[in-house]
Design a protein. Sequence first.
Length: 477
Amino acid sequence: MNMLPIDCWMRPKELLQKLAADNPDRVVCTEPALFVDGFDLTDIVQGFIGTCYFLSAIGCLGIRELANPRYPLLTNMFTMEREGAVYNSCGAFLVRFYRAGQECHVLIDDRLPTAGDNFAFSHSKLDHEMWVALLEKAYAKLNDCYEAIESGMISQALCDLSNGASDQVVLKDKQGEPSVNPDLLWSQLEDMVKSGYMLGAGSNTGVDSDFINGIAQGHAYMLLRAFSDSSGQTKLVELQNPHGRGEWDGDWSDSSELWTQWWRNTLWGSQQAPVDDGRFWMSFDDFIRNYNNLYICRLLPNRKDAKAAWKGHTAAGNAKPFHSPTFTVTSSKSCKVWVQLEQRDQRGKEHPLVEAGEPEGPIVPGAPMSEAKKRAISKDGYAFIIFYVLDNGGRRATAKLGKDTDGLRVCSSREWKPTNVRQVSAEVFLEAADTPYTIVCVVWHQGWEEEFTLSVFSADDCITLKQLPDELPTATP
């Protein structure tokens, strides 16, 4: 994080009174409120740090709450305030997040960094509305500091906010060519929107001060809707820039000549005049061209968790998966489930760098890897992880696993590729059976010790998840 123009830390009422004194011709409400007239997408204004992914995530929660007020995901994050407009005058707020399936309550005060007559970091466009700034401060405290939350993934932020199951679809390969089947992805996207999943998108690589056709590069957006006409020839997606301004300027932008009266009535509703509010439509083909990632958070009512660790001989690497922590999962009905493997969050932690020329030394079986070597392998501090789902009657793996393994494999996370991210996941179809499936959780590099949580999400309460005893079967490496 670069040096920021922070003047001082102030309580909202102090700042509002200063704002009123400095601007005598302006009407300023000097009484802070948590929410003013509920949630609106245009409430959110990004500050001096790169938390667009987090702002997109809280925007997704707000949209979900508007669509289904019986489940106020956003307002209920403030666990001490049951009335949305009530502001705790003592300045103390308890905010609920989730980590690895467990509730985490963060207690904060309302002293916030300021720059001039406004808050330095994210805030609401209304001077006296505080929910945006307070949620961002609580998230910073959860992760140790503001610096630790600069840049991130929408799907992981949504997981922290809602306890959902996160996923990511990579839209392009390393050469920038589409890596997905557009027709299949569109069908899946329509289903995800209908199911009420919370969605986001990451634009093509770059810095968000650079714009191509109105799209900020390297920036996080909310994905709000997907719509096609009856012929299926015209497929459109609606997105929201968390900056609250800056929109796509190509086909199907606000000023595009493609908008007939029928399309305006169908998708714009009562808003018939273009407004630069950061909300826009674009074709699905243009979406794939201008975005690298689709982020997904599935909200499923049933979740089973098992906590374990790669330690000692269980941190044996991919060459010896029969030593890795192994679990069984059984379903009482045939259904789709979502399997997620999550390691500890590394944000806010110090990771020592390997000095130039430092010898790596030999890998000693059973010996833990040093923090410096971990950092040399993964600059963000995350282990390369993968899991395999096997239909083998609940037994341990007896040989090295991979995409070309013969026999009883069902699927793997991230298309058989180990990944150094906090979470990896996959959708799995389980047949109803008395004999269980096997899930093998593997840390790719031998000696990398880390705690993790394995979770299985389902629509129905039909799943049993157990860890097999830590036994070492006879196997051929």
